[in-house]
Design a protein around this ligand. Sequence first.
Ligand SMILES: [Mg+2]
Length: 298
Amino acid sequence: MSRSNNLATCRKEEVKSFLNSFDNIFCDVDGVLWPRAGSIISGIEETFFKLHSLNKKIRFVTHNNLLGVKNLYKSLSEIVPGLEIEDVITPITIIISFLKEINFNKEIYFVGHSASKKDLLEAGFTIAPSGPERTEESLSGVLNNLKDNENIGAVILDFDPNINYLKLVKAINYLQRPDVLFLSASTGTFAKIGSRIVLGGSIFQHMIEDTSGRSATNFGKPSDALKLYLFNKYTIGNGTRNLFVGDTLEKDIKFGNQCGFQTLFVGNLKSENTNNNNGNQIIPDYYIDNFASLHTLM
Ligand SMILES: [Mg+2]
């Protein structure tokens, strides 16, 4: 932890040399621009305005696609000057780009929420029916729903607040064919929001992986697929003139480190456990309690 610098206590010249040290900013959204459930943090527009006026190219890398990418872009473009829709990167946008690249033309069995489903449909893909919502409560009733559909060429998982037994068991069975791709936009096992605990999609992903014997290709933070996407699409160079900003060590900072980017952690680093599950430390280069206050240091 000792090698992380608190931007708020850095001397003016240090902040200046930090700001001069990168051209591209890849920024998380939830917990940086607004709390996980809440409205934008006061001062965030000033911070992005100043970064934009310093010619920093700002892009967002977020797991939050509950609005759909177009609506998310609309909200973000009201905060960040000069933002284009391609600057908003979610696991679903990368999955779409990947499927287009391989000329995928079969049906998708999709377990996820309606905004992501809409993004996939608008990109021209066909989604197989996921129902029925209920089945007869017998083994034969369940088995009747498990007939293979040979048109399906991919199972895609995302966050699905309406997930159920049949959706899971159908996904597991489609994956019995080895040619069916298994792609995941799921991120996180659970999140604590206020005093409540919300399950993420990864719990269900692990369940499908354990029972199908297949491993999903992940497209969230951190993942090789996301890294490949960024390095192929943008001028990244050797990584060092890029900054990753985010409020989770395990996702944002770990991913920034994976890419060789500089990293800025948003939050109280002292209260975070910088040791990950493997006993390795995830250490950001800098940290700041509140990204919205960055403009006051510039
Ligand atoms: Mg976040």
